[in-house]
Write a protein that binds this ligand. Structure first.
Ligand code: LLP
Length: 415
């Protein structure tokens, strides 16, 4: 049986049992070397022209990770005032932040504008509002390139049925509103959706956006969005996202555009998942086994509150069993459904999965949890959120967020 934990040397010599003894389970564990490796890969997506990748922090906004992104030279894409505040906490320079909200309030717009952060407007209505509030300023407009992609209909953000962006047949309206409020449209951006493994939809969307861009002289930035996939079936041999192929496919498209446009603005992307998904696992404890109507269940403390993706999108996460801190890669296997400790039938991490036969007390290690793991965790059933620990390249580790306490959970109550 394959083991990503062993192959990637994920724990870098640290004993997972020691981590769980110190910080409890469930526990998010990150590997700094893997995070840096993936961030360096996205930084090379476009090499011939001015380019930066905006780390899309909605995937994971722990400040330890934001600091790594900053050190790696990435910019950041924020989607709310809260995300901007987290970036401020790590002194992320304002000129390296792009605010890409959806249906945003005047106050949130103002929070960004007062700090000199570039704002992307997501509808003609919001563009007008922005123009009324901040006439004579610069901004960016999010365009729907007509092509969407993603692992689930809930995360496809372009194409026909989506609440996001200005469609390509509304471009005249963009020019009119800009003129009315003396706005300078200096950026165009898009995001087709989240998690695609084939490059074609992205490349097509880039072509469509660049076609629109020809109609906007004086652009300073064109942002192609994120969505680059990561292999969630790596134990079955699924290959990595072909980022080199994407680089090669984009280059002639950009050449063609720059020639027609007469200059090269700053090109950008907005990857979140690609940077962080593979850099984290969740460790949980196997607590109980049972059989219901012929289906075997393994009961753990990794509920849907800790990892929402399987219950929300039927998302697949590979699972390994660790015994005495080591992955079990030999011996008997069984088909078993792995469930959490939340009071919902949908609280299932993996259905009828073939796993090594486990025992109470083993650790259940869920892979690829760095993106939309902790950032989408919640406290349903009054279960505190887990701690997060970072393993450093020198084989040490440090706590990067403590476990929530019951006092934390009750601290907002007024009586
Ligand atoms: N830019 C914009 C405007 C976005 O809306 C998103 C993601 C990204 C960039 C980053 O996309 P990424 O590279 O991470 O795919 N919770 C879902 C994913 C939702 C993505 C939301 N927007 C999941 O767990 O699969």
């Amino acid at each position: 049986m394959r083991s990503f934990v062993a192959d990637s040397h994920f724990f870098a010599g640290v004993d997972p049992e020691e981590l769980t003894k110190r910080f409890g389970t469930p526990l998010y564990v990150y590997n700094e070397a893997i995070l840096r490796d993936r961030m360096r890969a996205v930084a090379g997506m476009i090499t011939k022209y001015p380019y930066t990748a905006n780390y899309s922090m909605k995937a994971n906004s722990n400040t330890a990770i934001l600091k790594i992104a900053k050190e790696e030279g990435l910019n950041a894409d924020a989607m709310s005032e809260g995300e901007i505040r987290l970036l401020e906490r790590v002194n992320f320079p304002y000129e390296r932040i792009f605010f890409v909200p959806n249906n945003v309030s005047d106050e949130e717009m103002r929070y960004a504008v007062e700090r000199g952060i570039m704002v992307s407007l997501d509808s003609l209505d919001q563009l007008s509002r922005y123009g009324e509030l901040f006439p004579g300023t610069q901004c960016s407009v999010r365009i729907n390139p007509g092509v969407g992609a993603g692992h689930h209909e809930k995360v496809i953000t372009a194409g026909k049925h989506t609440k996001f962006a200005v469609s390509m047949d509304e471009i005249e309206g963009v020019h009119e509103i800009a003129k009315q409020h003396n706005l300078k449209i200096v950026g165009l951006n898009q995001h087709v959706g989240s998690l695609f493994m084939e490059i074609d939809p992205y490349v097509q969307a880039v072509k469509n956006l660049l076609h629109v861009a020809l109609d906007f002289p004086g652009l300073k930035l064109i942002d192609f969005g994120g969505g680059l996939g990561t292999p969630y079936h790596k134990l079955d041999g699924e290959a990595a996202f072909p980022i080199g192929d994407l680089h090669d496919a984009l280059e002639p498209v950009l050449d063609d555009f720059v020639e027609k446009y007469g200059s090269a603005p700053l090109f950008k992307s907005e990857p979140g998942r690609y940077c962080v998904a593979e850099g984290s696992v969740i460790l949980g404890r196997a607590y109980a086994r049972k059989s219901n109507a012929g289906v075997k269940y393994l009961g753990t403390d990794i509920g849907m509150n800790v990892l929402a993706r399987p219950s929300l999108y039927d998302a697949w996460h590979d699972i390994e069993i660790l015994r005495d801190g080591k992955p079990v890669t030999e011996g008997q296997t069984e088909e078993i459904t792995v469930a959490g400790n939340i009071c919902e039938s949908g609280d299932v991490l993996a259905r009828e999965r073939t796993l090594p036969v486990s025992r109470d007390g083993d650790l259940v290690c869920v892979l690829d949890t760095g993106a939309y793991g902790y950032s989408m965790s919640y406290t349903y059933n009054t279960r505190p959120r887990p701690a997060e620990v970072m393993i450093t390249p020198d084989g040490n580790y440090r706590l990067i967020r403590r476990r929530e306490s019951f006092e934390d959970l009750m601290s907002l109550l007024c009586e």
